[in-house]
Ligand binder design. Sequence first.
Ligand SMILES: Cc1cc2nc3c(=O)[nH]c(=O)nc-3n(C[C@H](O)[C@H](O)[C@H](O)COP(=O)(O)OP(=O)(O)OC[C@H]3O[C@@H](n4cnc5c(N)ncnc54)[C@H](O)[C@@H]3O)c2cc1C
Length: 405
Amino acid sequence: MDRTRKAIIVGAGAIGVTSAYTLARDGWQVRIIDSNPKPAMGASFGNGRQLSYSHTNALASSQILGQIPRLLARCDDAFRMGVFGSSGYYRWIAKFLANCTTPAYHKNTLQVLALAQESQRAMGDLLDRHPIDFEHHTTGKLVILRTEKEVRAARQIVAAKQETGLLQKILNRDEATNLEPALAGSSENIAGAIYAPNDATGDCHRFSVELLDILQCHYGVSYSGGISVKRIGNSRVVLSNEKTLTADLVVVANGHRARQLLAPIGHSVPIQPMKGYSFTAPVGYAAPTVSITDSKRRIVFTNLGDRMLVAGIAEMGNVDTSVDTNRLRSMISAARASLPEAAVYDEADAGWAGLRPLTPNSQPITRMLAPGLAVNTGHGMLGWTLAMGSAERLARVVRESSAND
Ligand SMILES: Cc1cc2nc3c(=O)[nH]c(=O)nc-3n(C[C@H](O)[C@H](O)[C@H](O)COP(=O)(O)OP(=O)(O)OC[C@H]3O[C@@H](n4cnc5c(N)ncnc54)[C@H](O)[C@@H]3O)c2cc1C
């Protein structure tokens, strides 16, 4: 293929690498630049591994609105919001609050669902073309609901999703424990569960590394690791060594740091980092095989075979990626309280922390900002799930923009 048009992608997380795939497939000569010597070492490294193609519920909701005072007072170990921040942080919070209505919640959830479904199809197409081994399993997913109030709230959004043809349904307690016997060991009440049979799991870091390898071998993609992009312009990037690179297209796909690159050239993207944690521990004698979300405790369980992966915690206004042992300990306690025998919690590893790039409406931002400049970021809690669909959408907007030139 004669690759005459050059694209530079800033960021080699799941979003940058999948963006490189769709552009290279469409004939672009692609170069990816990442501050880290190796790809996918940011949020895409130790995430929950869940491909939540059906559970796409937006974070902003009327339920969250009532909890805001508790979140600001840091009374909730699973979800905290910083009180102090930049003017950008306060603007973000204002937009988030504006999305905490039932109509906005339904709209945001269904729009992300459409993208997630696109992602699932795109992942299938990619794997047909290039089989990649990343421990991909269609495990199905159960979202545990602890109270009748949660079940009632879930019914509405599940009904709206079913109208789109989605295979997702509400199970009562017995149906849920029959499907996943490990739930019988839960030390707290289970009122019901949302079940999505087609949701899957897979190692996001391994997928990104393997896909980049394929791109380098078969699509002529090049990877420049260990060098940061300091400034960008339309069709140009300035590196930390002051070298300037030009291209026909620059794609900003550097997760929660996109705002810092785009603001100086007049593009405002509403993205804030939301810190989360994960740990693994040997599987216990009642380890779920279906992937689990405990909505009350805001944690997910993913069975890796010999180990159980647990991920959770949402901390707004914290950009430090170090593991705070107190926070990790609180998540281990939450997991133990949720499913006591899912893992051997006393043998948990040292944990990992990462920063999700979150928008106020939980919808990613994938669009052209100017001729020769595109953005693909803001995937929040579902970046692994949405990566392939967003990459297809990026390729589409780039094609449309090229056609209009
Ligand atoms: C605890 C936790 C659990 C999660 N669980 C799930 C889950 O189960 N399912 C799911 O779908 N999603 C999950 N997510 C969300 C998902 O991991 C993220 O949305 C996704 O990884 C974001 O990918 P990204 O490529 O945008 O960002 P990143 O993976 O952070 O990649 C951004 C890259 O840009 C690079 N970079 C930054 N600035 C520059 C610069 N100036 N120059 C060059 N390079 C730069 C960074 O080094 C980094 O490699 C989870 C996230 C966390 C933190």
